[in-house]
Design a protein around this ligand. Structure first.
Ligand code: SAH
Ligand code: SF4
Ligand code: F3S
Length: 482
């Protein structure tokens, strides 16, 4: 049987797409290779969001294609956002590449792999932007009865400058895409052009997939969409036969309520990425009142300068953003709010940057992912001069990181002495004597396990020490000790 390896760059959606691709390949009889070197088929699932992400994938593909000199039958494929952006031009750069497939044509990949393996065909491609892949709900149905075909979930390749994955897929945590594409037009962003217009999935298909995840032991599901709160807001009708006992009228709160009700085996539900304009009264109510919905929200702010936010076409100003944060904090005590920031957007002045620093402090983020602006071909901001030097971008990046470290430490210190419920993920990578898990706020908690601790079990940990990114604590063994 041929073996395969997947190499994933980019965001959670790519992690999820790789998961599904691995299942599809297994269903075709391929098995996962022990190491990438051994694999007969290697597929690079790429990201286009910044230039560096593309450079990495291209470098990797160059090395992989070079191995075809000695192993001409090896199949090397490209998928994901960079495949879509470069189209058939990729074959000019990499003539030995076996196939290239865009993110909305991914269901074709297993056929392409088969053809390449059988006939040695090369340069197959498909970049059509299709509606939601029809196979996914079918596969979910299959998965309920064929658990062995499910993959354990792998972290995306997380390079230093790309901390895009804020929730890593693992044996107890996983992602389910609910909204494909994006119809916002942020001036700097390549995603809409490579992932197509937004399209919401049917809640019944989503439910099947969430149930399949529960059956394989997942206890924490993160619902994915580029602007996830737009779920159900265009070309969509919520099915009449799915009621909302709480009386929600908006699709996102209805979906949260529906999943929580129908899949009690999943005690933790999250969703990402948020947008301040989607923080409606109903959504806040759902987050506050549905026990399974975690007190955690990733709410990219991008900038604290109203002028830059306008240039970015984000659709809000800093006051609207802070108001959303205030309403969330008022309704959901202890909620963790994280964000994305871009430094060095064209024309960003020192005053704009200082505004970002101020608003970040006011929003009191638990964590922030800072990105240096990277012009993307075909986006509106790429027409502007990339006026902030790389050196200056690095300086601003370092300042925001240092601010966030101090803020993260201060925020985490509030947990010292308190008991948190931790979903156990397994031994810590750095020190196997310790176990790692996550709190409902998605904070990583490290503790010394006892014999009763299992992957996927919930334990209570009293926090004794806080770092900027991590909490340390002791197991609380006796429930009466609260
Ligand atoms: N859909 C999500 C974000 C997807 S991309 C959202 O809108 O919230 C993840 C992050 O990458 C973005 O939030 C942004 O901070 C960053 N990013 C996107 N385009 C970028 C660019 N051209 N240069 C630098 N960072 C960028
Ligand atoms: Fe890009 Fe904006 Fe869509 Fe996010 S919401 S994917 S930043 S266009
Ligand atoms: Fe990258 Fe595509 Fe995700 S561009 S961030 S992999 S949607």
């Amino acid at each position: 049987m041929p073996t395969f390896a997947l190499h994933t760059y980019g965001c959670q959606m790519n992690v999820r797409d790789s998961d599904i691709l691995a299942r599809r390949l297994r269903a075709k009889g391929l098995t996962e290779a022990e190491t990438e070197d051994e694999a007969d088929v290697v597929i690079v699932n790429s990201c286009s969001v910044r230039g560096k992400a593309e450079d990495k994938a291209l470098g990797k593909l160059g090395l992989l294609c070079a191995t075809k000199r000695d192993r001409p039958n090896r199949v090397i494929g490209l998928t994901g956002c960079m495949a879509q952006r470069l189209g058939a031009d990729i074959f000019k750069k990499l003539p030995r590449l076996s196939f290239s497939v865009g993110p909305r044509a991914e269901s074709l990949i297993p056929q392409f792999v088969e053809r390449c393996l059988e006939t040695g065909a090369e340069q197959l491609c498909d970049f059509e932007v299709r509606d939601a892949p029809p196979e996914t709900p079918e596969m979910a149905r299959d998965d309920l009865s064929r658990l062995d075909c499910l993959n354990q979930g792998k972290k995306a390749d997380k390079a230093d400058d790309e901390p895009v994955v804020t929730v890593a897929a693992g044996p107890v945590q996983s992602f389910v895409t609910i909204l494909y594409g994006c119809s916002r037009r942020c001036s700097y962003c390549i995603v809409p052009s490579v992932r197509g217009e937004e399209q919401s999935r049917d809640p019944r298909d989503i439910l099947l997939e969430v149930k399949a995840e529960a059956t394989r032991g997942v206890r924490d599901v993160c619902l994915l969409g580029q602007s996830v709160m737009r779920y159900g807001l265009s070309r969509f009708q919520w099915p009449e036969d799915i009621p909302s006992p709480a009386g929600y009228t908006e699709p996102m709160p209805r979906l949260l309520e529906y999943i929580a009700r129908e899949v009690p085996e999943i005690p933790r539900i999250r969703f990402t990425s948020g947008h301040p304009n989607g923080v409606t009264a109903e959504l806040v109510h759902a987050m506050a009142n549905i026990p399974a919905v975690c007190p955690h929200l990733h709410l990219p702010m991008q900038s604290g300068s109203d002028r830059i936010l306008k240039e970015m076409n984000r659709g809000y100003d800093s006051a609207t953003y802070l108001d959303a944060v205030r309403r969330l904090r008022a309704a959901i005590p202890g909620i963790a709010i994280t964000t994305d920031i871009i430094v060095g957007y064209p024309g960003e002045t020192e005053a704009d940057f200082e505004a970002t620093r101020r608003v970040m402090e006011e929003a009191d983020f638990d964590n922030s992912f800072i990105f240096k602006y990277s012009p993307r071909p075909g986006t509106r901001s790429a027409l502007l001069e990339d006026s902030v030097s790389d050196e200056e971008k690095c300086r601003r990046d370092a300042i925001l990181l240092a601010d966030q470290d101090a803020r993260g430490l201060r925020n985490n210190a509030r947990w010292v002495g308190r008991i948190v419920e931790v979903l156990c993920e397994g031994p810590s990578l750095r020190n196997a004597a310790r176990w790692a898990g996550r709190s409902p706020q998605n904070k990583i908690v490290l503790f010394e396990p006892d014999d009763s601790v299992r992957i996927g079990s919930f334990v209570r940990v009293r926090v004794k020490e806080a770092h900027a990114q991590t909490l340390y604590g002791d197991l609380v063994r006796n429930s009466s000790a609260v």
